[in-house]
Write a protein that binds this ligand. Sequence first.
Ligand code: UT7
Length: 325
Amino acid sequence: MSIYSRILGTGSYLPPKRLSNADLAADLAQKGVETSDEWIVERTGIRARHFAAPEVACSDLAVEAARRAIEAAGIGADDLDLIIVATSTPDMVFPSTATMVQHKLGTAGCPAFDVQAVCSGFIYALTVADSMIRAGSAKKALVIGSEVFSRILDFKDRTTCVLFGDGAGAVVIGASDEPGILATDIHADGKHRDILCVPGHVSGGNVLGDPVLKMDGQAVFKLAVGVLEETARASLAKAGLQDSDIDWLIPHQANIRIMQSTARKLKMPAEKVVVTVDQHGNTSAASIPLALDAAVRDGRIQRGQHLMLEGVGGGFTWGSVLVKY
Ligand code: UT7
């Protein structure tokens, strides 16, 4: 009999400090940087974001989301036999944030590692966990997207610093006789690496290069709208399903205009798109599991429904996971 994986529980966590666009614009004005609530809402759909306190690390957000997902799955941390954290803002260069999460959850022994695919990170991590479950090498996997993007923003660059926020989302997936994850589809094309990157790195005890986020927003926008349609169609084809079978589209939350454009291409009404970008901003690898958990907990997502999760980000990376919840 084939082994499949299915979602057993979801969880998420946002740090308490919330900044509305007006709050952020007022802070930026003190640095001589001009922006407005009107511009940010019109161009992105973002109204607010959360920023972690300085002493709070990526693993702290991750562990809060993880505890909620573990509780929702009705298991204990010791039942996990795989932990994957998707992040581009790890606690340290090494060891992995996943090992820190494992320790903070009070468990040990199971494999724990990070996946780095920027805003597609959660889709990549879920794909790896699904593959390991289907191969029989794990039975209960914790998959987390967690980010403290506020740490890598240039608050003098208004074209990027208004877009991102901090947070974490998690799922526990488990081995099942019934298909839950129906199809996965992941890609990368490194020739676009420079359009979204943090070019700094550590060498000889110094940070070399600029350790803040750089983005050619328009180039990213154009690539994103193309690949998000392509990858959704690829996952649907692998599962033998049609656009009309999707109950909920849960895309990476970067810009409401990209999300609406993808929905139109998939002939989906706007009401079937789970939107959290307005309240969270772009939380990179955390955005999809944060949105998923919001719609599970408010009762929109019901067991048996088809969910299309899809992400796109630096690398360039992109991909989708089609789920029967
Ligand atoms: O997470 C990974 C995926 N990332 C994305 O998907 C991001 C994709 N890109 C985008 O979402 C959009 O390209 C942005 C939101 C980043 C920018 O929107 P846009 O409609 O492409 O604006 P633009 O870059 O063409 O800038 C338009 C104008 C410029 O002024 P001029 O040259 O027309 O006078 C900018 O200087 O808006 C100005 N501008 C701002 N004004 C006020 C740029 N940022 C701001 C700002 N406040 N924060």
